[in-house]
Design a protein around this ligand. Structure first.
Ligand SMILES: [Zn+2]
Ligand SMILES: [Zn+2]
Length: 280
């Protein structure tokens, strides 16, 4: 945390912000390297106080300084762990809100929160909402957290009156812009970025699994989980990402911390696309 003595917003923060804003996201390692280079090069600063501050400033301190500034323009930089790859990413979130399509928004300008910088029509936002809603709610009994290509085209068509080809094109756009991920088997999942952006909204709408709702959180990293494994006791709420499971169980053992069921390699129950191959 930045202490009151460390509050000088410098060209370092400016450079970090510009880079993250331009790229949308950047992995932690790259950002640490850049940060190190920038803080070592203190010749550019003539304010002794600032130079002194930079000796002890960490990347987290800098991010906090940036966030303190950009909150006024409804932006925020957030760090999150990728669900299936061993990387941590910093993301610029342009409005920490929901993709909501309010019924007043009929002018097609897509003025909804969360996507307000993007030219989506109200109907397109309606389609995005229904896709996300279906991915979250259509998981009984198997927690697959995806829709098939066919389902997705149907949903988009129903919400927008687009033809099949137009619907496909729109879905491709959602993939290109990072809202959805398309699997090699032509299924669509919510991207990690969208999960981060929508986190609060999704929990508010659907509640946490632990409280009887539909949103999983990984007990190791505490981030939303739509891919990984679940407690073999199907009534239990405990979930782990694939990459979080091994270190977690090494530290805490194989017994479920809530219900006490043992997690073995034989009784693994998957969450995400793997859950489908398990059932077929
Ligand atoms: Zn995790
Ligand atoms: Zn359990």
């Amino acid at each position: 945390m930045a202490t009151p003595e460390q509050t000088h917003y410098t060209t370092i923060e400016k450079a970090l912000y510009q880079l993250i804003a331009a790229q949308g996201s950047i992995n932690e390692e790259q950002l640490e390297q850049l940060f190190k280079r920038l803080t070592e090069d203190t010749d550019r600063f003539n304010n002794q106080e600032t130079i002194a501050q930079l000796q002890t400033r960490t990347l987290e301190d800098s991010i906090e300084l940036i966030n303190d500034r950009i909150k006024f323009i409804h932006e925020k930089i957030t760090k999150f762990s990728h669900q299936t790859e061993r990387v941590k990413l910093y993301f610029l979130i342009r409005s920490a809100g929901a993709i909501t399509s309010d019924s007043d928004n009929t002018n097609g300008s897509g003025s909804s929160q969360g996507l307000n910088t993007l030219p989506f029509t109200a109907r397109e936002i309606g389609a995005i909402n229904r896709l996300i809603d279906t991915i979250i709610t259509d998981n009984d009994p198997v927690e697959k957290f995806l829709v098939t290509g066919k389902q997705a085209i149907h949903i988009v068509g129903a919400e927008t009156s687009y033809t099949g080809t137009q619907s496909k094109k729109f879905l491709q756009r959602l993939v290109t812009e990072g809202f959805l991920v398309q699997t090699p088997r032509d299924r669509f999942m919510i991207s990690s970025r969208s999960l981060v952006e929508l986190q609060e909204h999704l929990i508010e709408q659907h509640s946490l699994r632990k409280e009887g709702g539909l949103i999983n959180k990984c007990i190791a990293c505490n981030e939303i989980q739509t891919s990984g494994t679940r407690c073999p006791n199907l009534d239990c709420w405990v979930r782990l990402h694939k990459l979080c499971r091994e270190p977690y169980q090494r530290a805490h053992g194989q017994m479920c911390p809530d219900c006490g069921t043992e997690w073995t390699s034989e009784n693994t129950v998957f969450v995400g696309e793997m859950a489908l191959s398990q059932n077929n």
